[in-house]
Design a protein around this ligand. Structure first.
Ligand SMILES: [Zn+2]
Length: 236
């Protein structure tokens, strides 16, 4: 990990773009456009969020050189890059936003701009992993009522994370251990993005990332947390 945070091999292969999943607490790039995030499905163009937080949105798309960003703590930062049109997008997708359709909303707008599922690359950055994300069984039951969702991934037994640098979350409410990045990946696959074009960084903010990365860790230990800015742009 360097000062840009963990790298995506998939995005790294594209000379025309720059991106980062910055460590928690670092400021966003000065030129970045990002919204007032509300766990919604609203995705806007970069110009609508310059200056930052000009409007409420959980995703921002750029079709020029403007960098677009999201800030997250345990939610998924999802970066999109279209190799055909060179549009880029940054999306904030927690469980609520993901279930609310924020990824589909971003995709719809990218496709409207000329992107195709076959030309899109997607990187899912540091977020709370199935090693630490306990969810009530009622939430699983609710999701299972939805025929539009892909197969859910969760387990009764907490998965051991051999890469943890801090203790994993302890069970607080006899829930199950839910794989949110897998849900996002499943939704993207449903929309026709090839599996080889979706990169999951598998960095758990609770037990693997730098201190202060996790909202939930802070909830458990009152240790403080700071937002992580993830951003992407077309190179000038
Ligand atoms: Zn973890």
């Amino acid at each position: 990990m360097d000062n840009r945070g963990p790298r995506s091999a998939l995005l790294e292969s594209q000379r025309w773009l720059e991106y980062a999943f910055q460590p928690a607490g670092q400021p966003a790039p000065a030129a970045a456009a990002y919204g007032q995030q509300r766990h919604s499905a609203k995705v806007v163009l970069a110009g609508q969020n310059r200056p930052p937080k000009s409007c409420e949105s959980d995703g921002v798309i750029s079709d020029d050189h403007q960098p677009v960003a999201v800030y997250t703590a345990d939610c998924l930062p999802v970066l999109f890059a279209d190799v055909k049109t060179h549009q880029v997008a940054a999306v904030h997708a927690g469980l609520q936003g993901t279930l609310g359709g924020v990824l589909s909303s971003a995709l719809d707008q990218l496709l409207a701009g000329g992107a195709t599922p076959a030309s899109l690359l997607v990187a899912i950055g540091p977020a709370i992993g199935p090693c630490c994300y306990e969810l009530g069984v009622d939430r699983i039951a609710q999701m299972q009522q939805r025929p539009d969702l892909p197969a859910l991934s969760w387990s009764q037994q907490q998965p051991h994370n051999p890469q943890a640098i801090r203790p994993q979350a302890q069970a607080h409410h006899q829930g199950v251990w839910f794989d949110l990045p897998q849900l996002a990946q499943g939704l993207l696959l449903q929309r026709g993005i090839p599996a080889a074009q979706i990169d999951r960084l598998a960095v758990c903010t609770y037990c693997m990332a730098e201190a202060g990365s996790s909202y939930r860790y802070n909830t458990h230990f009152d240790s403080g947390y700071q937002s992580r800015f993830s951003w992407i742009r077309r190179r000038a």
